[in-house]
Design a protein around this ligand. Sequence first.
Ligand code: UTP
Length: 414
Amino acid sequence: MEEKYLAAEEKVKKYGQDHLLSQYNKLTEEKKAQLLNEILTLDFQQIEELYKRINTTVDFNNSKIEPINYTDKSSLSEQELKKYEEIGLKQIKEGKLAVVTMAGGQGTRLGHNGPKGTFDIGLDSHKPIFEILCDTLKNAQKKYGIYVTWYIMTSAENNGDTVKFFEEHNYFGYPKDKVIFFIQGKLPMINPNGKILIGKDGLIKQAADGHGGIFLSMKKNGIIYDMKTRGVEWVFIGGVDNVLVNMVDPVLLGLATDKKMLAAGKSVVKAGPQEKVGVFCKRNGKPSVVEYSEISPEMAEATDKNGELIYGESHILCNLFHIEAIEKISKNTLPYHSAFKKAEYIDENGNLISSDKPNAYKFEAFLFDAFETLNDMAILRVKREEEFAPVKNAEGEDSPETARKLYKEFHKIK
Ligand code: UTP
């Protein structure tokens, strides 16, 4: 231990993070060992790099943004629809599709005490979100005769509560061996001076590394390997917070296969030029998502000859990847974006600091940054009222109330 302590001390000093050991003597033996391991394994160089880049802005002038081709599901002929459906169905029935629900987010805007998937949106049945999602898989089983393997990405913070919830609810009647949890990566939070925060538990304060962390964590947790041994070729990846998410969709699968793409994404028509959503586009010839903060007013308002927004295919975090694409993406780390957030931490004098204003940086990778790794992807425009009912905020837009209404309308529940 003594040796480890000295090695950790040398490392924190080298990177100007000596305060990380300031609470060491107050910790239990177990925590002491944990902290030393954290320090010895942490990539301090990476944290330094991330800190340096916090205030550098991306130069959008360097990227050439163009519209992307898409297929509008509602404009497909009956024949085309049938063709895609058949191609997709065959693969689903052969067990080639798996789904991943990303449930590692903090859900700060919703403010629910517990993982977002455990939240009750107020249906008469009081089904929590996880059960609503599980229903779609149970329905798929009835239709296609197969239990699609359901991978659930959690975070170090919420994994225990999530698994416990599934156990307590008997996996909502889904076969337990078809539900696989894995924990996403995490990164330390830092203060505006680049100092790594100490959490309430005396250890390094770390936060989930964003939904873009999924590819690396699938590799590190052996999930890609597990999928391959099960014969999985395609993976649908969606968020936990869309109660109309259609995870097992033969049309999306058929479209990607028919167009010989390694990925496909679903879009819904942007509600208007000002809606704060990212939209699919081509960036320097590669598929991408341009965020609302990146797009100029002229681009946001530009329309085609039919009066439709040229950049109007909103990205709804419903994407399909071929396992080869996942392997390719997981070879590299996606860029990290910083966000200034509220954080509770212990200062070097041992005081608990909390703030009602953002006070620390968190680093997150975005899933859609992975699209640029691919040459192209298929985009399927679907109807918002059929596939997109997000639960983001406690009240108002994209809240349990709006999601409940959309859910009830779609399922024809009074
Ligand atoms: P959001 O970007 O809405 O973030 O996540 P969030 O953490 O859930 O909510 P806020 O911003 O704190 O209010 C979109 C989807 O990506 C998942 C979320 O669980 C949600 O399904 N996600 C997000 C992760 O799995 N891990 C992350 O690190 C971030």
